[in-house]
Design a protein around this ligand. Sequence first.
Ligand SMILES: Cc1cc2nc3c(=O)[nH]c(=O)nc-3n(C[C@H](O)[C@H](O)[C@H](O)COP(=O)(O)OP(=O)(O)OC[C@H]3O[C@@H](n4cnc5c(N)ncnc54)[C@H](O)[C@@H]3O)c2cc1C
Length: 412
Amino acid sequence: MRTHRVDVLVVGGGAAGMAAAAAAARVGARTVLVEEGARLGGVLDQCIHPGFGLHRYREELTGPEFAARLVAELDGVEAWTGQSLLAVDPNRPRARTVGSEGLVEIEAGAVVWAAGARERPLGALRVPGTRPAGLFVAGLAQRLVNIHGLLPGRRALVLGSGDIGLIMARRLHLEGVEVVGVVEIRPHPGGLLRNVVQCLDDFGIPLLLSHTVVEVHGRGRLTGVTLAEVDGAGAPQPGTERFVPVDTLIVSVGLVPEVEGVPFAPRDPATGGLAASTRLQTAVPWLFAAGNCLAPFDLVDTVATFGARAGTLAARHARGELSPAPRPVPVRMGRNVAALVPSSLVPGEEAILYLRAREPLDRARVTVGPDGPTRTARGVRPAEMIEVRLTAEETAAMACLQEVAVEVTALR
Ligand SMILES: Cc1cc2nc3c(=O)[nH]c(=O)nc-3n(C[C@H](O)[C@H](O)[C@H](O)COP(=O)(O)OP(=O)(O)OC[C@H]3O[C@@H](n4cnc5c(N)ncnc54)[C@H](O)[C@@H]3O)c2cc1C
């Protein structure tokens, strides 16, 4: 087995990993990036729709175009594709990988975990019924259509109106599949308003709010699903059931952060992702994290920004230049917050928090801590993350708090 010594090891070649590796190399760190797939890009590779890069490159790019820009920034990075991580030593920044480079032991000064997220399957929803052919998570259907040129079926229903579900409804429609509708359990769409308009309204695809799939039918192949209306708590209402004949069900009900490769690193119980501070450093000081392994992000631009920050700080840690952080103060989801990253803030340092509101609000106040800083926001939608920037003075004032709750409330 070959041993390779570097300053920074980055695991995952998606937007977060590539941005981390490029940033680490830019500040002079010997950097290796390990990607188990055959190509760099991660999920971007299969997202052939436009809508990427408006913030980072001030251009509207497709996913593969955005990925190509990041690949071009990998100057000085050794990028190994087809190389999968076997294990990370919990006691020191050392990992074993296997693949086209053979079995390699990598000794590093710091590790950036950027392994992305995987999709929540139908099993996670406990929908009763059979499990015939014709059930697909949206990312798999997207890969079949966009990469392999295969259609998953002829008549489809999409469960979940997040951006991925909306985009897949349009994609299947454009490929000639009859998309009978998109079903959403909540009373409002999960995805961006522009995606509701551009993916559903423009093509006459119905959106069924406050509904869900309560049963799956079929033996060899899916023959249909039963839909029902739900109440405010998401419970199906007896008497509202109806059978919808379809041969394909596209399930798009959220992403789960990919963190299995670092079982020793603490998780954030609220997101299921790695718990990291605003330095993107976990409780294991040499382990940094970025991208969807923290929590699913809405915009790739944000993922790349976080990636670059994690890469720079990992390089500084590897060179012994990163001063130990004062005790991080945990940040917690308060009223009307459905997701919040990172999990803690470092007092006395500038911080960026990203959060998702649970309910839409036209005008909102975001409060960080009981008497802490407030920010206002307009047009708050659960699909769009809110960015809250805190100054070093504002975080320093929180140093003695046990935790800080973040809230999003209506502003009149
Ligand atoms: C369908 C869809 C549509 C989207 N549309 C938009 C949009 O229009 N605009 C926008 O801005 N954003 C969009 N996003 C969001 C954005 O693209 C993602 O949040 C971002 O690309 C995620 O990057 P990542 O690096 O965190 O994860 P990923 O892209 O998932 O990359 C993780 C990488 O890690 C690798 N990996 C995992 N485990 C290992 C291991 N053990 N060893 C080695 N490698 C490993 C994986 O193979 C993968 O390549 C969309 C996302 C999806 C899924």
